[in-house]
Design a protein around this ligand. Structure first.
Ligand code: FE2
Length: 229
């Protein structure tokens, strides 16, 4: 009998393998993955918070699985640590809290003409700004549903531990690709400027270098085997 984490990843893999064949994944087909992922708890992936205390790194990554279809891992954030505001270009993602409490703030790219963006840029001392609409701001713990991002929705997010250590299981498809540089992670700050377009509040992100106070170490996964999914 398959373990719950094996079932989730098997389903995610078969769903997201369509992407590598050029077939689009509609948000409806993410629902069955989300339903299974919502049930996942720390014990399903043998996560024990006490193993992660006393480390220097603000964030630890535990790799569960990775191939050309998807990457799956656990991000463990120390008290007050965060994954700075970043994006997932052309990717889908599901994040399920498995320990503690974390605050997720997510944004979607606002639909806006290049003219308007160029005009905005001309008023700012930055060369690359992106218009976004706020999608969500939520505090999530293990009893809460996972959050879902797609290429068009919630693709930018910041995730921070609230109160004490927090950890979440992260499924990304397709994975970041630093070999061909087709999907790389960029970091952003939120500018204070807010504008109004078509009755929608637009905020602006400015691309920045990876923040110096953010770094990740790694730890081994000890849960059920995932090689045969
Ligand atoms: Fe992310």
């Amino acid at each position: 009998m398959a373990f719950p984490i094996q079932k989730v990843l098997k389903l995610a893999h078969s769903t997201f393998s369509k992407l590598s064949k050029g077939i689009a994944v509609d948000t409806g087909s993410l629902s069955p993955i989300k339903s299974l992922l919502d049930q996942i708890r720390a014990s399903d992936v043998d996560f024990d918070a006490s193993n992660f205390r006393g480390r220097q790194a603000p964030v630890t990554y535990v790799k569960l699985y990775e191939d050309r279809v998807m990457s799956v891992g656990i991000f463990v954030m120390r008290n007050g640590a965060k994954l700075p505001l970043h994006d997932h270009p052309g990717m889908y993602g599901l994040c399920k809290t498995i320990h503690g409490e974390m605050k997720v703030e997510s944004y979607s790219r606002a639909v806006m003409s290049d003219d308007v963006i160029m005009r905005k840029m001309s008023t700012l001392p930055f060369s690359n700004v992106i218009p976004v609409n706020k999608k969500d701001s939520a505090c999530l713990s293990e009893e809460d549903e996972c959050c879902v991002l797609t290429p068009d929705s919630g693709n930018f997010h910041e995730i921070r531990a609230v109160g004490d250590m927090a950890a979440f299981l992260d499924i990304l498809a397709p994975p970041y690709d630093y070999e061909t540089m087709t999907r790389t992670c960029q970091y952003y700050t939120l500018l204070e400027d807010t504008d109004e377009f078509n009755d929608l509040q637009v905020q602006w992100l400015n691309e920045i270098d990876e923040p110096r106070d953010f770094w990740c170490d790694s730890s081994d996964y000890t849960g059920p085997t995932l090689q045969d999914i």
